[in-house]
Design a protein. Structure first.
Length: 351
């Protein structure tokens, strides 16, 4: 068994030790992969469970411990800012819910071990009304696209304001997705800020992973998020969730994700949404390991110095079209979705 996967299973309590003592070279590789996959904090739990003779070299152990403390510090900052963000929304007369990040971290046995990025908040309302509310209050909101915008609210944490929780390239499937999101939105008029439940996250996070996988890549962290979503999903919700994912054109990708969470984390069949698609699951697992978290190691995602808008358009389309054979129903619409996005931003004056 690969040492990285072995440590994953130890961290989840599904193994107690390595079958073979890792060498210093093995530990250097696992440490590198942990950072590339944004899994440093989660895997540190596995290190704490190891027998003394299997611990990493002192230098790596020290770096790992320090990195885990930084992750916990970031999590604490997010936890502190969440009620502050809620107070801001209340003052602006807005309602929203926290997407991904700290919301999913609450599903983990030790939430402060999950690496957090920015704070994503889905706010109810139109683009114009949401932007006006924040800007009138003196907040700088920029980088506006169809789905989201960045907002300077806290000096030490990035905030993304979502106008739509997720999106798809295919306009017909996107219409279905937006209809489902609107009908199942966790945003409530009697609460300023909420967290989605497992049923909502099972659909939302799958669509989020699907888009990122096609356009840039996803990592082990997103797979582990989904592992915990599945473990928290009630048996009565699995059928409706799978029906929704099929309706949104994600049957094949869902099968691949099921194969991935079963292979990497040993998830029992009773928690799976559908039978694992081993063929596409193997490809997904290989891509995750090779590309790193959100494709950080995939050179196809790298922009060149002085890259023009047209060159960027072609590069991103080439990246998406590498999946044409596997997910054609979504991929073929990518260029049209990008052109539509550009024209919409131009019309709105967001360029």
């Amino acid at each position: 068994m690969h040492p990285f996967r072995n440590l994953l299973l130890i961290s989840l309590g599904r193994a107690s030790s390595f079958g073979k003592d890792p060498s210093p070279r093995d530990w250097a590789m696992v440490w590198r992969m942990a950072r590339q996959q944004a899994m440093t904090g989660v895997l540190y739990e596995g290190i704490l469970r190891l027998p003394e003779n299997q611990l990493p070299p002192e230098q790596i152990l020290s770096q790992w411990k320090e990195a885990t403390h930084r992750i916990a510090d970031t999590y604490a900052v997010h936890e502190r800012h969440t009620p502050e963000l809620e107070a801001i929304l209340e003052r602006l007369g807005l309602h929203g819910c926290i997407l991904k990040g700290t919301g999913l971290a609450h599903l983990y046995p030790i939430p402060e071990r999950r690496v957090c990025g920015d704070i994503d908040v889905w706010v109810g309302g139109t683009h114009d009304s949401i932007l006006k509310a924040f800007r009138d209050a003196g907040y700088d909101v920029y980088g506006v696209i169809y789905q989201e915008a960045k907002a300077d609210i806290f000096p030490d944490t990035d905030v993304e304001i979502h106008f739509h929780a997720s999106k798809m390239y295919n306009p017909f499937l996107n219409a279905r997705l937006q209809k489902w999101l609107a009908a199942n939105s966790p945003i409530r008029s009697d609460r300023t800020l909420t967290y989605p439940d497992a049923r909502f996250n099972a659909v939302y996070c799958m669509s989020h992973m699907y888009r990122h996988y096609l356009e840039g890549g996803i990592g082990m962290r997103q797979m582990l998020d989904y592992y915990y979503i599945l473990r928290n999903l009630s048996p009565s919700d699995r059928g409706p969730v799978l029906k929704t994912l099929k309706h949104l054109g994600m049957k094949r990708f869902t099968g691949a994700v099921m194969a991935s969470v079963q292979f990497n984390f040993g998830l029992e069949e009773e928690y799976l949404l559908c039978p694992p698609d081993q063929k596409h699951g193997r490809r997904l697992v290989e891509d995750i390991i090779r590309m790193g978290n959100f494709g950080v190691m995939d050179r196809r995602n790298y922009s060149r110095d002085g890259e023009s808008a047209l060159a960027r358009f072609h590069r991103k389309n080439r990246r998406v079209f590498s999946n044409l054979r596997y997910y054609p129903r979504e991929v073929v619409w990518s260029p049209f979705a990008r052109i539509r996005q550009y024209l919409w931003r131009m019309w709105k004056g967001y360029l």
